[in-house]
Design a protein around this ligand. Structure first.
Ligand SMILES: Cc1cc2nc3c(=O)[nH]c(=O)nc-3n(C[C@H](O)[C@H](O)[C@H](O)COP(=O)(O)OP(=O)(O)OC[C@H]3O[C@@H](n4cnc5c(N)ncnc54)[C@H](O)[C@@H]3O)c2cc1C
Length: 292
């Protein structure tokens, strides 16, 4: 495509998205881009925006279902070290949006920063986690956020203070197309205490969701005052299966992907649950998972 020629060194044509999603169920994207700097990413965004080329950011694909056989336009992965680093700023830490939650926990633990250790076992990147306001039993990650560096809809790099953004357990109202980095503030604690909480969280996560299995999830946002998982349990949806997709019996808000599953199985299962919950409880479940 002529508009993208200047980005040739960082773009692959017709790239499979399966290895980039947790469920492993995905087609290809027209172009997969891995920019080398924030400026290059901003320039790519502007080119796409000006020429009406669809532009999407892919984190670790843990909260993503790809329905299209070919995702049109450009899909961007923030894999370059320019997007995955950690900077200790004294009272706060700046984390690249492409950094994994796992590496963030590791950085914090090594620097006696407490708070992220209970996220252990949650897959994804800092950018994806911020977008959905990822949470665990201790609360949402928004409680540690101080500033967010973004590319705005005009392609300009901007800093947003936490006060400008409204967070809820359903996500946030940030409307900028790209999260570049997030600044977090943590309490300082002893290594032994952090490691103790990390081990405890790891044990309870392994009980909640057995590891080593592909999942699609987290499927639904929690309706106000309720949890999607408990509604599904009350509605008897645990272990409901469509083809190779099955509601997880330990946590109903996740779908187990069996080896014979296709993306249509997952979509039909989601639709079946939504309809059942509407009929039974008069509640419209809203999707948390993104569908491309
Ligand atoms: C096994 C499993 C367990 C999980 N456990 C939990 C849990 O306990 N608690 C919880 O809250 N969630 C949980 N999740 C959900 C998921 O891990 C988080 O929402 C995760 O942080 C998603 O990050 P990601 O990088 O994979 O995002 P992706 O799935 O790649 O993307 C999700 C959305 O975010 C957008 N996005 C990603 N990065 C950026 C960026 N830099 N800028 C702009 N947009 C961006 C994408 O465009 C997409 O719309 C779980 C998921 C799985 C599969």
């Amino acid at each position: 495509m002529k508009y993208l020629m200047e980005f040739e060194p960082i773009i692959k044509k017709s790239s499979s998205l399966s290895p980039h999603t947790f469920s492993g169920l995905a087609g290809v994207c027209e172009y997969l881009a891995e920019p080398r700097s924030k400026e290059e990413l901003a320039a790519l965004f502007k080119t796409c925006h000006t020429n009406k080329i669809p532009f999407r950011i892919l984190g670790n694909g843990c909260n993503l279902l790809v329905r299209s056989a070919v995702v049109p336009g450009v899909v961007v992965k923030l894999t370059n070290p320019a997007f995955c680093g950690f900077e200790n700023l004294g009272n706060t830490v700046r984390m690249g949006a492409g950094a994994s939650i796992f590496s963030a926990i590791s950085f914090c633990s090594q620097n006696n920063m407490a708070g992220f250790e209970t996220l252990i076992g949650i897959p994804g990147t800092i950018g994806g986690a911020l977008l959905s306001n990822t949470s665990d039993k201790s609360g949402p990650i928004s409680r540690f956020v101080r500033k967010i560096e973004v590319i705005d809809s005009l392609g300009i790099i901007q800093i947003r203070d936490k006060e400008e953004i409204s967070f809820s357990d359903k996500g946030n109202d940030l409307r900028d197309p790209v999260i570049l980095s997030v600044e977090f503030a943590f309490e300082i604690d002893k290594t032994e205490s952090i490691v103790k909480r990390l081990r405890k969280a790891w044990i309870s996560r392994k009980i909640q969701l057995p590891l080593g299995v592909p999942y699609a999830g987290k499927i639904f946002k929690n309706p106000r005052g309720l949890t999607a998982a408990s509604l599904m349990e009350q509605g008897g949806f645990q272990k409901t299966k469509v083809g190779g997709a099955e509601i997880c019996d330990r946590d109903s808000n996740y779908i187990v992907i069996h080896p014979n599953a296709v993306v249509e199985d997952v979509l039909r299962l989601i639709e079946q649950v939504k309809q059942g919950i509407r009929e039974r409880f008069n509640v419209d479940l809203e999707l948390e998972i993104t569908i491309w």
